[in-house]
Every structure is written in structure tokens, then in C-alpha cells.
Design a protein around this ligand. Structure first.
Ligand SMILES: *[C@@H]1O[C@H](CO)[C@@H](O)[C@H](O)[C@H]1NC(C)=O
Ligand SMILES: *[C@@H]1O[C@H](CO)[C@@H](O)[C@H](O)[C@H]1NC(C)=O
Ligand SMILES: *[C@@H]1O[C@H](CO)[C@@H](O)[C@H](O)[C@H]1NC(C)=O
Ligand SMILES: *[C@@H]1O[C@H](CO)[C@@H](O)[C@H](O)[C@H]1NC(C)=O
Ligand SMILES: *[C@@H]1O[C@H](CO)[C@@H](O)[C@H](O)[C@H]1NC(C)=O
Ligand SMILES: *[C@@H]1O[C@H](CO)[C@@H](O)[C@H](O)[C@H]1NC(C)=O
Ligand SMILES: *[C@@H]1O[C@H](CO)[C@@H](O)[C@H](O)[C@H]1NC(C)=O
Ligand SMILES: *[C@@H]1O[C@H](CO)[C@@H](O)[C@H](O)[C@H]1NC(C)=O
Ligand SMILES: *[C@@H]1O[C@H](CO)[C@@H](O)[C@H](O)[C@H]1NC(C)=O
Ligand SMILES: *[C@@H]1O[C@H](CO)[C@@H](O)[C@H](O)[C@H]1NC(C)=O
Ligand SMILES: *[C@@H]1O[C@H](CO)[C@@H](O)[C@H](O)[C@H]1NC(C)=O
Ligand SMILES: *[C@@H]1O[C@H](CO)[C@@H](O)[C@H](O)[C@H]1NC(C)=O
Length: 465
């Protein structure tokens, strides 16, 4: 209590003479954890230089709506302290002098989010070797110089999202041997150079979304042998080279949605021996060269949604014994090729072919090659009435669920079949009524048989006229 009072006195002494009207200064606040934090509101760098209180009591220090502008070695020139968390979000910080935080040796978390910092260098973060998390997101950084983070050997999380970074020195990340999460989303990176992450041997997650990456050097990911997740969505990658990801032997999830890929070259993904999820949606893929998917032996889910495939062959999936889900919706597939000598995919359970241009599929051979097929999604295609009824009945008897338009209910499939089979007979209400009736009794299967029968009669009648 005494110390609290002395803090108030300090503030009053410092600022009462200048402007009593304003709401600014520092005080203690109790956190939910019952810890005290020091919170300063609307103060300047200069204010902190004359800040003279016992800091032992708090591990938290937050500045809110402050105008810290320039941080120098004088700003946090605090006596011996145990500040662990320094939160300087939204403080109009534009420059940080070398060693500015060196008097805070116990610092673990430093947030500099939403400031206007343009440059940092290898001496900016001197003297805070215990730092675990550094947040520099939403600043104005453009380049990362060599060894910028060299003294942060315990850093776990580095957040550089939403800057203007276009240039990364080859040794920029040197020293970050314990880094686990690196965020570089929403920057202006145009390419990934060889060895640029090579010291990040403990990195688990690398975010590079929403940049303008066009090329990835074959050695870009060298050293990242512990990486599990790599996010490259929404970039400008138009081609990947052979063995592009060969160093990522522990990668589990690779996301390349919303890029400009048009084909997959031989052995592009070879080396990704632990990968489970591969997302290639919203590219312009129309070709997979031979052995294009080779090496993906642990793959469970593959996403090709929203590409330009016209021909798609099940033989791409050679030796994929864990493949479980195949997403192919929203392409232009009119030829879904199942070859009599392609592999049997025992693990494959879900195939989604919604919104393509298919008129038919060799469904019996498909079922032979995919014996455990559980859900087959067929909506939004160009099936003929006869074909879809035959295919539906076959799968119905084989206990494969036919799904359409986000639903696997019998009603949804029935509606879809009706749109295909009844469109020309729209105004013949008796027929529709009859269909509704028969569904109530025996389910769609018998109903569909009946419909075919009626249609055939109808057809014969109309051609004979
Ligand atoms: C912050 O302090 C300055 C003077 O240092 C004053 O002009 C301003 O009105 C204060 N802003 C707020 C939000 O209190
Ligand atoms: C703060 O704590 C340290 C030890 O943790 C001690 O040496 C120092 O005297 C304390 N300072 C004050 C002002 O209490
Ligand atoms: C913020 O600090 C800078 C540098 O100390 C000063 O030039 C500027 O006037 C301050 N802005 C406000 C709004 O107080
Ligand atoms: C931010 O700092 C600059 C000087 O670096 C100053 O001109 C400006 O007034 C400050 N803005 C605010 C909102 O304090
Ligand atoms: C700060 O550190 C950088 C990088 O080591 C160095 O180039 C620069 O001269 C230093 N600035 C000052 C003012 O010492
Ligand atoms: C994709 O990235 C660009 C910047 O390269 C950004 O402007 C756009 O909002 C991002 N799109 C999405 C859907 O995130
Ligand atoms: C299908 O993909 C195209 C681009 O290929 C996209 O514009 C459209 O929104 C997608 N439609 C759906 C329903 O996902
Ligand atoms: C699909 O196959 C047909 C016939 O084999 C061929 O003419 C067409 O060019 C192929 N489409 C693509 C996009 O490769
Ligand atoms: C659907 O098939 C008909 C021929 O039966 C063809 O004329 C039409 O272009 C096809 N539509 C699409 C979207 O493939
Ligand atoms: C489909 O399931 C039913 C009931 O669960 C079973 O009696 C029938 O043998 C199954 N048919 C096939 C082809 O597996
Ligand atoms: C899909 O289902 C929704 C209702 O769940 C329906 O409004 C929509 O018209 C259906 N679309 C097609 C193409 O059948
Ligand atoms: C079907 O009914 C609509 C109005 O519901 C009508 O405009 C249309 O001409 C009818 N078509 C036929 C072939 O009778």
C-alpha cells in the first residue's frame, strides 16, 4: 500500500503543475490472476525517464494510448526489476535505438504491435535473452537485416505479420534456434531464397500467406526438418520445381490454395514422407504429369477444389495407402478416368465430384478400385437421367451413400435426380405427386424405378407421335 501511494505522489509531483485536466500517468491495476500490473496511459517517452518507483511488485508493464515515438536506452532505464511482460501496442513508436530494452533482463513477452517501426537491427534486442515472444505485427518494416534476432536464442514465437517486408537477408533469422512459430503473413515477399530459414531447426509452423511469392528455391526449406505446418495460401506461385519440398520430411500440412499453379511436375512433392494434408484448391491446375504425386505415401486428404481439370485419373494416386478424402469439386471434369490396372484404394472413403461437367463415370470399376467408398458426391454435373438413376441404384444396393448439394439425405438426392429427370415435364403435376407418394412408402429406391418406368412410357409415347 505504501508503494502504491508513493506512485501516486510521484505522478502528481511530476505532472500536476503542467496540466491537471488530462487523464494520464501510471498506476497499478489488478489482473484476473490477482497479479498487479503497472499501467500507464497517454504518457510520453520522457515521462518514463523520470519514472521512479519500485518495480519489484509487478511482472506486467503496459502502456496504453501512449506517444512513445522514439524509444532509447533512457526510456526503460529502470532500476533492477523483474518485468516479464512489456506491452507497448499502439504507442506511435517509430524508432527503437540499440539496446533499448537491456535494462529489462527478465523480459519474456514484448509486444510492439501496431506501431510505426521502420527498422530494427541486430542490436535492437540486445540484453533480453530470456525473451519468448516478440510481436512486431502491423508495423512498417520493409527489410530484415542480417542477424536481426541473433541474441534471441530462447524466442518461441516471432510475429511479423502485416508489415511491408519484401527483403529478407540470407542470415536474417540466424540465432533463432528455438523458434517454433514464425508469422510472415500479409507482407510483400516475392520469393523464397535458398537456405533462408536454415537456422530455424526447431520451427514447427511457418505462415507465409497473402504475400506475392512467385518462386520457391529448391533449397528454400533447407534446415526445417521439424516443420509440421506450412501455409502458403494466397500467393502468386505459378510453378513448383521437382523436389521443391524435399527437406520438409516432418511436414504434416501443406497449404497452397489460391496460387497460380497450372500443372504439377514429376516428383514435385517427393520427400514429404509424413504429409497428411495437401491443399491445392483455387489454382488453375489442369495437368498432373506422370509421377506428379509420387512420394505422398502418408497423404490422407487432398484438395483440388476450384481448379481447371477436364480429365482426371485415379491412377495419379499410386502407392497412396492412406488416402481417405479426395476433393475435386468445382473443376471442369468431363472425363473421370479409372483404369482397370490402377491401384486399389482401400483407404479412400470420400470422393467429391460436385460441380463438374460429368455425363457418366464407370462407377462399377470405380467401386472395384475404391471398395470402401462411403460417400460419393455427385451434384452439379451433367448426368443424363438414365445414367444417374442406374448409378444411384447401384450405389444404393452397395451401401455407398450418394450425396449432393451439401447433403447426404435421401431427399437431397431425390431432389437432384428430379431436377435432371423432370425438367422437360415440369408442368405434369400428377407425376410429381406420385413420386412424393412412393417415397413415403418405400424410400427413394423403388420410387426411382417407378419414375424410370413412367419416363420410358412417356418417351415412347412422344416419339411415336
Ligand atoms: C494525452 O495527453 C496530452 C498531453 O500530454 C493531451 O493533449 C491529450 O488530450 C491526452 N489525450 C487523452 C486521450 O487523454
Ligand atoms: C527488488 O528486488 C531485488 C531482489 O529481487 C532486491 O535486491 C532489491 O533491493 C529490490 N528493490 C526494491 C526497491 O525493493
Ligand atoms: C509525440 O511525441 C513526439 C516526439 O516526442 C512529439 O514530437 C509529438 O508532438 C508528440 N505528439 C503528440 C500528439 O503529443
Ligand atoms: C506520433 O509521433 C510523431 C513523431 O514521431 C508525431 O509527429 C505525431 O504527432 C505522433 N502521433 C500521435 C498520435 O501521438
Ligand atoms: C546500432 O546497431 C547497428 C547494427 O549493429 C549498427 O550498425 C549501428 O551503428 C548502431 N547504432 C548506434 C547508434 O550505435
Ligand atoms: C490475398 O493477398 C493479397 C495481398 O497479396 C490481399 O490483398 C488479399 O486480401 C488476400 N486475399 C485473401 C482472400 O486473403
Ligand atoms: C468455383 O471456382 C471458380 C473459380 O475457378 C470460382 O470463381 C467460383 O466462385 C467457385 N464456385 C464455388 C461454388 O465454389
Ligand atoms: C482431356 O483429354 C482430351 C482427350 O484425351 C484432350 O483432348 C484434352 O486436351 C484433355 N484436356 C486437358 C485439359 O488436358
Ligand atoms: C452437357 O451435355 C450436353 C450433351 O448431352 C452438352 O451439349 C453440354 O454442353 C454439356 N454441358 C456441360 C456444362 O458440360
Ligand atoms: C448393405 O447393408 C445391409 C444392412 O446393413 C446389409 O444387409 C447388406 O448386406 C449390405 N450390402 C452390401 C453390398 O454390403
Ligand atoms: C441446394 O440446397 C439448397 C437448400 O439446402 C437449395 O436452396 C438450393 O437450391 C440447392 N441447390 C441446387 C443446385 O440444387
Ligand atoms: C409450364 O407452366 C408455366 C407457368 O407455370 C408456363 O409459363 C409454361 O408455358 C408451361 N410450360 C408448358 C410446356 O406447358
Amino acid at each position: 500500500m505504501e508503494k502504491w501511494i508513493s506512485l501516486i505522489i510521484t505522478i502528481t509531483l511530476l505532472h500536476s503543475s503542467s496540466n491537471q485536466q488530462n487523464n494520464y500517468g501510471c498506476s497499478y491495476e489488478t489482473l484476473l490472476t490477482n497479479e498487479k500490473q503497472i499501467i500507464c496511459i497517454n504518457i510520453s517517452s520522457t515521462f518514463l525517464q523520470y519514472f521512479n518507483i519500485n518495480l519489484n511488485r509487478s511482472r506486467w508493464f503496459t502502456c496504453k494510448s501512449c506517444n512513445l515515438s522514439t524509444i532509447t536506452t533512457n526510456t526503460f532505464n529502470f532500476p533492477k526489476n523483474s518485468i516479464h511482460f512489456l506491452i507497448l501496442t499502439d504507442n506511435n513508436i517509430s524508432s527503437i535505438s540499440n539496446q533499448s530494452f537491456a535494462k529489462l533482463p527478465f523480459l519474456k513477452i514484448l509486444s510492439l504491435r501496431r506501431n510505426v517501426i521502420k527498422t530494427i537491427n541486430k542490436n535492437t534486442f540486445d540484453g533480453i535473452p530470456k525473451l519468448l515472444q516478440l510481436d512486431l505485427s502491423k508495423n512498417l518494416l520493409e527489410d530484415l537485416q542480417e542477424e536481426t534476432f541473433i541474441n534471441l536464442e530462447n524466442l518461441d514465437i516471432l510475429n511479423l505479420n502485416q508489415n511491408y517486408i519484401y527483403s529478407v537477408h540470407a542470415n536474417a533469422f540466424d540465432g533463432l534456434t528455438n523458434l517454433k512459430y514464425l508469422y510472415l503473413n500479409d507482407n510483400r515477399i516475392t520469393g523464397l531464397n535458398g537456405n533462408m530459414f536454415q537456422r530455424l531447426t526447431n520451427l514447427k509452423i511457418l505462415y507465409l500467406e497473402n504475400n506475392v511469392i512467385e518462386e520457391i528455391h529448391t533449397w528454400a526449406f533447407n534446415g526445417l526438418y521439424n516443420l509440421n505446418y506450412l501455409y502458403l495460401n494466397n500467393n502468386s506461385i505459378s510453378a513448383l520445381v521437382q523436389y521443391n519440398f524435399k527437406h520438409l520430411t516432418n511436414l504434416v500440412d501443406l497449404q497452397l490454395r489460391r496460387n497460380h499453379l497450372t500443372f504439377i511436375d514429376t516428383s514435385t512433392f517427393n520427400g514429404l514422407k509424413n504429409i497428411k494434408y495437401l491443399y491445392l484448391g483455387e489454382n488453375q491446375l489442369d495437368t498432373i504429369r506422370s509421377y506428379g504425386l509420387i512420394g505422398l505415401n502418408s497423404l490422407e486428404i487432398i484438395d483440388f477444389i476450384g481448379n481447371n481439370f477436364e480429365n482426371f485419373s485415379m491412377s495419379y494416386f499410386k502407392n497412396m495407402e492412406s488416402l481417405n478424402v479426395l476433393w475435386l469439386e468445382n473443376n471442369s471434369i468431363n472425363n473421370f478416368i479409372i483404369s482397370p490396372n490402377s491401384d486399389i484404394q482401400k483407404s479412400l472413403r470420400i470422393i467429391n465430384l460436385e460441380r463438374n461437367s460429368l455425363q457418366n463415370v464407370n462407377y462399377k470399376l470405380l467401386h472395384k478400385k475404391v471398395p470402401n467408398l462411403d460417400q460419393f458426391w455427385i451434384g452439379g454435373n451433367n448426368w443424363t437421367c438414365d445414367f444417374i438413376i442406374e448409378m444411384h441404384d447401384y450405389f444404393y444396393n452397395e451401401n455407398v451413400t450418394v450425396c449432393t448439394n451439401k447433403s447426404c439425405t435421401k431427399e437431397a438426392v431425390k431432389d437432384y435426380i428430379e431436377t435432371i429427370c423432370f425438367e422437360p415435364y415440369e408442368n405434369e403435376t400428377e407425376l410429381v405427386d406420385y413420386v412424393t407418394d412412393c417415397t413415403n412408402n418405400n424410400g427413394i429406391n423403388s420410387c426411382v424405378f417407378f419414375v424410370v418406368f413412367i419416363l420410358v412410357i412417356d418417351c415412347v409415347a412422344s416419339t411415336s407421335l
